[in-house]
Design a protein around this ligand. Structure first.
Ligand code: ATR
Length: 320
């Protein structure tokens, strides 16, 4: 008779397999199961990672269920990254600063929360060969993803940081939160006005140069690194870019878009056409997952393995 602890030859799963998974709503399009199970196989870790579509009101039950079943950890995605924080035994200080948790790790006293979007974005920048240290960086967007991006930029010692957002009050709130933790930082804000996104609007003030361009040209003659952190240009609305002004793109040396579908957004296309080095958000997606895997398993994933996985992820994104 077969030993019940031997690995199932079809799935590799046995009674010693540790459970991990993604908590979100919806989760159907996620490529995290592909990434995490590939990592587990590469590193010989007996872990199975599944997607869990958690209905509204069920998050607490899901976390308690994980505890009861001794699940090694979870990733948490939209819309639960904030709500999950109050259900945890502890929250990492960086995740607290960002105001969102995307990774839970089981400890003796319960789940502890981390934010791996921040180090994931940082490693994706390194991987793309974009150095922000002492550089001028303009970020577009002030939502959830922008929080993690700003934190990573500050940790990496970016020089001047300009946050451009459709609603200026959100950009100001984001800047205000981080100015306290990084008193030496130079964070500016401007509204995303006067772009082709709203040229049909009577108030668009077409003859006035947008504030963000004034700030950018006023700061120094150095070129800028731009990070696109909004959902504008994401599939299926692939014809849109948050900024259409050629004068903006002329000032860029490098551009990173957190969107990875399509592979090249309008934003990246325009930046590339103006000679900037470009990179899409697949690296951020992969490295945030890699960081979660590292936290759960206490190891460091090499860049060689990451490179191999990136190709597989590109395929996985296309097949979704
Ligand atoms: P995420 O967690 O993906 O960052 P979010 O928190 O909803 O999502 O933030 C979305 C970001 O995209 C915000 O910066 C939002 O601008 P506002 O703060 O003004 O809402 C920006 N955004 C979304 N749709 C936009 C559009 N059509 N034009 C410009 N900015 C847009």
């Amino acid at each position: 008779m077969q030993n019940i602890d031997s690995k199932n030859k079809y799935t590799g799963i046995n009674t010693a397999t540790r459970l991990a998974g993604l908590l979100g709503h919806p989760v159907g399009h996620s490529v995290s199961p592909y990434l995490q199970n590939a990592l587990a196989e590469k590193y010989g870790i007996n872990m199975a990672y599944l997607g869990f579509d958690i209905a509204e009101g069920q998050l607490e039950n899901a976390v308690k269920g994980g505890l009861a079943m001794n699940a090694i950890g979870f990733n948490v995605t939209v819309p639960y990254k904030k709500d999950v924080m109050k259900l945890l035994a502890g929250v990492d200080p960086a995740a607290e600063k960002i105001g969102a948790v995307n990774t839970l790790k089981l400890e003796p006293d319960g789940y502890h929360g981390y934010n791996t979007d921040m180090p994931g974005f940082g490693r994706a920048l390194d991987y793309a060969g974009i150095s922000v240290k002492d550089r001028n960086v303009v970020m577009i967007g002030a939502g959830g993803a922008a929080n993690a991006v700003l934190c990573a930029l500050l940790e990496k010692g970016a020089g001047n940081i300009l946050i451009v957002n459709r609603s200026l009050d959100k950009a100001d709130a984001l800047a205000g939160r981080f100015r306290d933790s990084y008193p030496d930082s130079r964070i500016y804000t401007a509204a995303l006005l006067n772009t082709n996104l709203n040229t049909n609007s009577a108030e668009s003030g077409l003859n006035k140069e947008p504030d963000y361009l004034e700030i950018m040209s006023g700061i120094s003659g150095d070129k800028w690194i731009a990070i696109q952190c909004t959902s504008v240009g994401m599939f299926p609305k692939v014809d849109m870019a948050p900024i259409n002004d050629e004068n903006f793109y002329e000032q860029l040396e490098a551009a990173y878009d957190i969107i990875f579908n399509p592979e090249e957004t309008q934003f990246l296309k325009k930046a590339r056409e103006h000679g900037a080095k470009i990179s899409n958000g697949l690296g951020m997606l992969m490295f945030q997952g890699i960081r979660s895997f590292e936290i759960w398993n206490g190891l460091k994933v090499s860049d060689d393995i990451a490179e191999e996985l990136l190709e597989g992820m590109q395929e996985a994104v296309k097949e979704r």
